[in-house]
Write a protein that binds this ligand. Sequence first.
Ligand code: HEM
Length: 414
Amino acid sequence: MNTATEQASWWGTLKDPEFLTNPYPQLKAWREQGAIHHDAASDIYFVLGHREFSKIGRSPKMGRDTRLWRDGWATPEAKARDPLSYELFSEIQPQMINVNPPDHRRMRAVFEEAFKPAAVAALAPMIEAEARRLIEQLGDGGEVEFIKQYAAPLPLRVVCNLFDIPASMDDTIRGWSESFIRVLDIMVSPEHRQEALVAIREFKAYVKGLIDERRKHPGNNMLDTLVAAFDAGILSEQEALTNLVSMLVAGHETTVSLIGNGMLCLLRNPAELAKLRADRSLMPGAVEECMRYEPGGNMILRVAIEDFPIDDMVIPAGSMVLGLIGAVNRDPGVFADAERFDIARPTNNLQMTFGAGAHTCLGAGFARLEGKIAFNALLDHFDRLELAGEPRWRLDRMNARSLASLPMRMGRSG
Ligand code: HEM
């Protein structure tokens, strides 16, 4: 896409640092113009209304397979014009989030057992132990860089524990994830593509080693589930590797945002934080409200499998559709006084940050549990939690919405 086209298109705004710092006034203005917008410059449909996203997200006529995207990366012309992008997207394609039925059901079924409520609840002691370990390192508090010292390391270690990945790999995996997540920006800049391709191949080679090792020395966790599915021919080798890499990325980057963005919401609304401290039964609602108010992802993707009539338009087969979740989650038709952060909001569980329909986040229960444990552990240990400076949003990602830094002051009287 050239600069002139970008300027005419919503994409120019979507990657503007001002928008990335605070997208909500622009999203509100766009939503007031209409619940669905067709961006002629990019031929992409943006969805801003809650009712509309809910319908689109749940419809079997709307999939997630970007190979069906008309004029997208998988066409023969695109392959000839931009072989590097073709190679890159082919490398991340074979996983459940990028396929439609019946492949989607086949892949998702492999992991479903491990994410059932009882299995997730059994992980609580492990998550609590990791939260306690980080809090011990914070000691009596004082000035803390919250993202670096708590929000980022906790989800990374927790998801790595699911696959018995040693702590010595944390920095390497963080680096690979950074590259991987940028590819999700759809219009990732050319200079990042080569770097991302190298990182994804290294990441896959590493998880292949984990799988080979586990086959020789069986255990009893998610890694064994994956090995069994591969050995039974349910998943191909590329599918096993790509799903595992993706789960390591999806399972931590998004939860860093939940803890970081959520903490910022609570700090900016001290009355809500005090209410939560006084009554911890409000915690599940508080986690929902954090995700509604400051979702960790800006966009959720669909590709129309067939022509899709909605409101007064028809979205043609092969179109890319992007739900702008910051707008969807503040739709006043569903959320009264939507711009207010309210942990006891009765409708906050209607937030769409985990998506909708067949692809709804498989790890949602796990992420919610981790969010609750992360906030509870902080409230248990510290009597005072305050902002200690201006937070900084990451401006190098268009889709994932997360903080680069959150300076905090923490203290305990006991
Ligand atoms: C706050 C944290 C999280 C957020 C905001 C989040 C968000 C999402 C979203 C938006 C989707 C796509 C939904 C759709 O297209 O409708 C998704 C899918 C998925 N997520 Fe999460 N996620 C989080 C945490 C996790 C965790 C902890 C794991 C696993 C350890 C995980 C694993 C997955 C998987 C496997 C899929 C693909 C599901 C499918 O295609 O059927 N996520 N997530």
